[in-house]
Design a protein around this ligand. Structure first.
Ligand SMILES: NC(=O)c1ccc[n+]([C@@H]2O[C@H](COP(=O)([O-])OP(=O)(O)OC[C@H]3O[C@@H](n4cnc5c(N)ncnc54)[C@H](O)[C@@H]3O)[C@@H](O)[C@H]2O)c1
Length: 238
């Protein structure tokens, strides 16, 4: 198993934890910026050299930007490069060997924001929609050639992104948030069924169906939610 993160120490720590939990598993950790196509290719090459092949690529890294129209072009580009392009770099790097074998799995962490929206963050809502769009395309184009694709679409998950590094952040998605372990278990279940959408919060399916059934009604409901969140959290929505 290869574990990569921008944070080299974080990747090494997780790699050591996995190694301790699974002594028979070959594990390495590596610092990688997933926005850098060459770095993702190098990671894939290294994993293939060590293990013979890549069966599953989990494209999980993501960032949030708590901004709307005040986000700069540079900020839009950075979040686009991480939340969208990283999935594309992963597919480019690993798809050829998967197609050759007629087997492979892309597990992309997206968000319920990719199906619904993100109150208070235009760049997050937009990039997560794009990530779903790319995953759909991948599944449509290569699904009949043995390529499986899943998108993990949780609402709040109890990580630094939602709570801040010191637990200092307050946000409406904290209520009803789940642990990373809960998401991991839902992911394993979803992968066993080869389900495209993995929904650790099952209610997201209902919200998504409501959006599909009556878009305008859904938008009215979302405006009410936006208003409520703005009032309760003093203008800081996420
Ligand atoms: N936490 C939530 O409430 C929530 C909800 C839905 C979806 N998600 C998604 O889950 C995924 C994981 O987020 P998280 O909650 O663990 O956030 P987090 O901020 O706690 O962790 C994100 C990790 O990604 C790494 N990272 C950031 N930019 C990177 C880059 N360019 N290259 C490599 N690594 C990079 C960070 O170092 C960090 O370890 C993201 O895609 C996020 O959008 C999170």
């Amino acid at each position: 198993m290869a574990i990569a993160d921008l944070n080299a120490a974080g990747a090494a720590t997780v790699a050591a934890e996995v190694q301790a939990a699974a002594p028979d598993c070959k594990v390495f950790g590596q610092a990688v910026d997933v926005a850098d196509a060459a770095a993702v290719q190098a990671l894939t090459d290294e994993a293939t050299r060590r293990f013979g092949r890549v069966d599953v690529f989990c494209s999980n890294a993501g960032i949030i930007l708590r901004k709307g129209l005040d986000a700069s072009a540079e900020e839009w580009q950075r979040i686009w490069d991480i939340n969208v392009m990283a999935h594309i770099h992963a597919a480019k790097a690993v798809l050829p060997q998967m197609l050759e074998r007629g087997d492979g799995y892309f597990v992309n962490t997206v968000s319920a924001a990719g199906l619904l929206s993100q109150i208070g963050s235009a760049p997050y809502a937009v990039t997560k929609h794009a990530a779903i769009g790319f995953a759909e395309w991948l599944s449509i184009t290569y699904g009949d050639r043995g390529i499986k694709v899943s998108c993990i679409c949780p609402q709040g998950v109890q990580t630094n992104m939602l709570f801040g590094e010191k637990g200092e952040r307050k946000g409406f998605l904290q209520e009803g948030s789940v642990t990373a372990e809960h998401v991991a278990n839902a992911t394993l279940e979803g992968m066993a069924d080869e389900r495209f959408l993995i929904l650790p919060h099952p209610e997201v399916l209902e919200y998504y169906q409501r959006k599909g059934q009556d878009y305008d009604r859904w938008l009215r409901g979302m405006r009410r939610l936006h208003e409520k969140v703005m009032q309760e959290f003093g203008g800081i929505a996420v």
